[in-house]
Design a protein around this ligand. Structure first.
Ligand code: SD4
Length: 337
């Protein structure tokens, strides 16, 4: 019997397995992240360790180009990172946004939680904090991100996130000046290629839950832009007395509705995880029918679900699960509605 099988047998001993816990669940088909988080639990690590390791695996592998260094260059060509970690037992959290020149955003988020009384640090000051905490600083640009940026410049900076400015942002690059609110075209809130954040939830067998996220945000974002992922209640939320949720998608829109908090509150009121996820998506849909987004939800008995908004390019949402039913991560999917 391999060491991992021995750990699996120990952790999933029938007495504990009855509750469907422990559990790891994460957005998208980021299987290696799930496996890393699960292995951490198996080796006796905490749920915070599992969340951190899962996110870090994606950061290192640059999951879908949307997590970690060398992805989503902003308007000046730089990659900046957002991350969040939350402990559902103590309600402590750490978040970092617009982090520059440090690869391990989830590690920095955890350092903020564990070594400060604050909840969130941003920008250059977050980088300075990270350096002081021993994180390495380096250029996050890669040949790929540089090429994306160069092509974008050559293509008159299309697409971009400006509106009501001169010169016309649908045709020209910056610098822009504000003009009166005359722009008629509606921005499409869908872009499957720039939304693959990892959001991850880990429960141990006692029902202690943690959740976290890590992303490089949106390609060609305006420097300084912060998405939903590091915002507590938006990107993720965890409360061990109920469960946890984590969201992915168009953060500019999604953060307005705190979907992860809403889903957890729905579960607190007795709603099952799938329905809670659907309610969180429905709330956003009411205002932004074409937004791109999905959410995963899990409760303290180890039941889980997901939901997504049906738009061209997102008809089905994939996510990963590890629990005692299988010693390898399972790919799950849900039909969007
Ligand atoms: C953001 N929500 O920064 C992130 C992007 C993403 O899946 O891919 N989410 O808006």
């Amino acid at each position: 019997m391999s060491t991992s099988m021995i750990y699996f047998t120990l952790m999933c001993f029938p007495t504990f397995a009855q509750t469907s816990l422990p559990l790891v669940i994460n957005t998208w088909s980021f299987k290696n992240a799930t496996a890393a988080a699960w292995a951490t639990l198996q080796a006796g690590g905490s749920v915070l360790d599992a969340v951190e390791k899962g996110c870090d695996r994606c950061q290192e592998e640059q999951c879908d180009g949307s997590v970690g260094y060398g992805g989503s260059p902003d308007e000046s060509g730089e990659t900046t990172l957002d991350a969040l970690i939350m402990d559902g037992n103590t309600m402590e959290m750490g978040a970092v946004a617009d982090l520059k020149r440090v690869k391990n955003a989830i590690g920095v988020a955890r350092a903020i939680m564990e070594h400060t009384e604050h909840s969130m640090l941003v920008g250059e000051s977050a980088t300075l904090f990270a350096e002081n905490m021993g994180f390495v600083t380096e250029d996050l640009t890669t040949a790929k991100s540089l090429d994306m940026f160069t092509q974008w410049l050559k293509g008159s900076c299309q697409p971009n996130y400006r509106k009501n400015v001169f010169p016309n942002p649908t045709k020209s690059c910056r610098p822009y000046k504000p003009v009166a609110n005359t722009r008629m075209e509606k921005r499409l809130h869908t872009n499957i290629h720039s939304h693959d954040t990892i959001g991850i939830i880990a429960f141990d067998r006692y029902g202690h839950v943690a959740a976290g996220t890590s992303t490089n945000g949106l390609t060609h974002k305006i420097p300084g832009r912060v998405g939903d992922s590091p915002i507590v209640g938006a990107g993720a939320y965890a409360d061990s007395s109920v469960g946890a949720a984590a969201a992915t998608g168009d953060g500019d829109v999604m953060m307005r509705f705190l979907p992860s908090f809403l889903a957890v509150e729905m579960m607190r009121a007795g709603t099952d995880p799938s329905a809670a996820c659907e309610m969180a998506i429905s709330r956003i849909k009411r205002h932004y029918a074409d937004f791109f987004g999905a959410i995963i939800c899990a409760n303290a008995t180890g039941h889980y679900g997901a939901a997504c908004n049906k738009v061209p390019g997102l008809l089905q949402f994939h996510y990963m699960v590890s629990n005692c039913e299988s010693d390898t991560p399972l790919l799950k999917s849900v039909e969007c509605f």
